[in-house]
Ligand binder design. Structure first.
Ligand SMILES: [Zn+2]
Length: 229
């Protein structure tokens, strides 16, 4: 009869709350108590028991077209899962909230999902303080310049061709992929999504970043295991 939901608040971070009776037919909040709804949530707090009850919702955005197909649904779910797994980025609640809303809005208007996933992963990594330096080798400290770099998961950085004897192309970032990340990271999300790589390079970069962020959040992200991203 009830639904337990996780809310991301720009002020308070992650909150688990219960919406009582929303599964009953005709319940007032049942249409509003859905994934990806953003707006103002009115909660009753029992601080002694650390419990929150949803009393009312003034929805602002529904993002309902995320349900239009599996790929958009899984992209939105992946970002939501990342936030839950990273505890909303420690104290970066506002930045996490703005990033998530920006990404959900971009999925809603039909932006290219490959680039959305790349930008989403890269911006989450920056917020979490886990983004690798894309200009210098993490092992020897020399600039990568026109060479490629290979992501080293435990060093949280890229290794140059001299430092890494064995090349693993699945983790290798080409010079254009490195420059793309460096160039787009300070742009607004909307502007960054207009910068393009070739489709093959984009798919490869997306896979590398998803694999890396899965590792950085201790793995086992369900949306990654689904194989639908
Ligand atoms: Zn090196």
């Amino acid at each position: 009869m009830h639904r337990r939901v996780v809310l991301l608040s720009p002020e308070l971070g992650l909150i688990t709350a219960t919406a009582y009776g929303v599964r009953k037919s005709g319940a007032k909040l049942s249409a509003l108590c859905q994934p990806f709804v953003s707006g103002r949530f009115y909660l009753y707090a029992n601080h002694a028991k650390q419990q929150f009850k949803i009393e009312d919702i003034k929805a602002e955005r529904f993002h309902e077209s995320l349900n239009r197909d599996l790929s958009t649904l899984y992209a939105g779910s992946f970002f939501a899962e990342l936030i839950v797994r990273s505890y909303a980025g420690g104290n970066e609640h506002r930045a996490m909230y703005d990033l998530l809303l920006g990404l959900l809005d971009a999925i809603e208007v039909g932006d290219d999902l490959q680039f959305l996933l790349i930008q989403g992963c890269w911006r989450f990594l920056i917020l979490l303080g886990l983004a690798p330096d894309v200009e210098y080798c993490v092992s020897c400290g020399k600039p990568l310049e026109n060479g490629s770099g290979t992501l080293h998961f435990t060093d949280n950085g890229l290794w140059c061709q001299q430092c890494l004897a064995q090349h693993d192309t699945a983790r290798q970032l080409s010079v254009d992929q490195r420059r793309y990340l460096h160039h787009t990271q300070d742009l607004d999300l909307g502007k960054a999504l207009k910068v393009k790589l070739t489709p093959e390079r984009a798919v490869h970069l997306k896979r590398v970043l998803i694999h890396y962020i899965d590792h950085a959040t201790d793995g086992n992200l369900k949306t990654v295991r689904s194989g639908l991203l």
